[in-house]
Design a protein around this ligand. Structure first.
Ligand code: PMP
Length: 369
């Protein structure tokens, strides 16, 4: 047996001693830890996917449409219909999950000698994708209540003049959406400092009480809105993310995308899912109602809950969040410890899953009293 490990390999220095990203995938009855949609795809959609994929299979000897024109056209129609802003094919780009979209943006606008900033705690992959693309990472501030302090954020942007600014709305793991005025103020600060690319990560926006920030791309060529089919469309396994921006941004990311990055199977499956948008958005409404029920019940139990516009909720406070996480897990419910001191995050599941979660935290509360 060889005893050679990662650190014996000539890997890049900044990767030395690091561990791969990933939430535990434990086999427990109630899994509320990765912000997935708990509803399986409806049968008519499953059948439609099979049909579309069968059609695609007949020509798998050929490379897929490199520019994914049909899919981007349908995504543009979806954004136009739901985002209160007309979006065309030229404004939309798609990739394997919004993580790949973000990676392509950092490969294009970040990279060695450049920096990106995010306001933390936020989606930890922003920093990790920055590292993977050789982009320096700057951890920007947030208030105690987890909202963005606009003045402090403007100061950080002016001081560091980053090349890329990440704003996550609704924010993960805290759940709260960002106001349009905040995005506009940070966009202005970023343009004055550099100018830099501002990426609004709207992975969870369909669950928000507020409208999408999509209309802000009008007249702002350095503003990008990033979206995904992993959450609202209940298709995390599909791996389909997309962005909307000025057509020049869409042209720019094509400088770094791998040719034929979106397989014909992925494109066919995503197109089938988009045909069933209305049914899938119906599940979103159910999840929003369940999210609001969880917020109310957690508060009634005496937990501190951060305002949520997403399909998950940050709650606490715990003296030791890891012990609390373990005790909830001992009752068969897996939630997420994101490393935010004293807090845990739970994804809204089906009514039965949410009841099991509430039962577990009720028991935990009793034990702590
Ligand atoms: N952005 C945010 C804020 C997320 O929480 C996630 C998934 N957890 C993603 C992007 C990436 O999602 P995907 O690659 O599945 O589109």
């Amino acid at each position: 047996m060889s005893t050679i490990g990662i650190d014996d390999l000539p890997i890049r220095d900044e990767l030395r001693g690091k561990t791969p990203y990933g939430a535990p995938q434990l086999d427990v009855p109630v899994q509320l830890n990765t912000n997935e949609n708990p509803y399986e795809l409806p049968e008519p959609l499953v059948r439609r996917i099979a049909e579309r994929v069968a059609d695609a299979a007949r020509t798998l000897n050929r490379y897929p449409d490199r520019d994914a024109v049909e899919l981007r056209t349908e995504l543009a129609k979806y954004l136009t219909r739901t985002g209160k802003h007309p979006v065309a094919l030229e404004n939309v780009w798609a990739a394997n999950g919004s993580n790949e979209v973000l990676q392509q943006l950092l490969q294009t606008f970040g990279g060695p000698g450049r920096t990106a900033i995010g306001f933390e705690p936020s989606y930890s992959m922003h920093a990790l994708i920055a590292r993977g693309t050789g982009t320096g990472w700057i951890s920007g501030p947030r208030r105690e209540d987890f909202t963005i302090d606009v003045e402090a954020a403007e100061r950080a942007i002016a001081e560091h003049a980053p090349d890329v600014v990440f704003i996550t709305s609704p924010n993960n793991p805290t759940g709260t959406a960002v106001e349009a005025e905040t995005v506009l103020a940070l966009y202005e600060a970023a343009q004055a400092a550099k100018p830099s690319l501002v990426v609004v990560d709207e992975a969870y926006v369909e669950f928000s009480h507020r409208d999408s920030l999509l209309p802000l791309i009008e007249g702002r060529p350095h503003l990008v809105v990033s979206r995904t089919m992993s959450k609202a469309f209940g298709a995390a396994g599909l791996r389909l993310g997309y962005l909307a921006a000025h057509p020049a941004v869409v042209d720019a990311v094509q400088l770094v995308r791998l040719p034929y990055h979106l397989s014909a199977v992925t494109q066919a499956t995503a197109l089938a899912a988009l045909e069933h948008t209305d049914t899938l958005l119906g599940y979103v409404e159910q999840l929003k109602a369940e999210r609001d029920r969880l917020v109310t019940e957690l508060r009634a139990l005496g937990y501190e809950v951060t305002e949520s516009d997403a399909n998950f909720i940050q709650f606490g406070k715990f003296e030791d969040s890891h012990t609390a996480w373990q005790k909830i897990l001992d009752q068969g419910v897996l939630v997420r410890d994101n490393g935010v001191p004293g807090r845990l995050r739970v994804t809204a599941g089906t009514p039965a899953e949410n009841d099991a979660f509430l039962e577990a935290v009720r028991a935990l509360k009793k034990e702590q009293q």
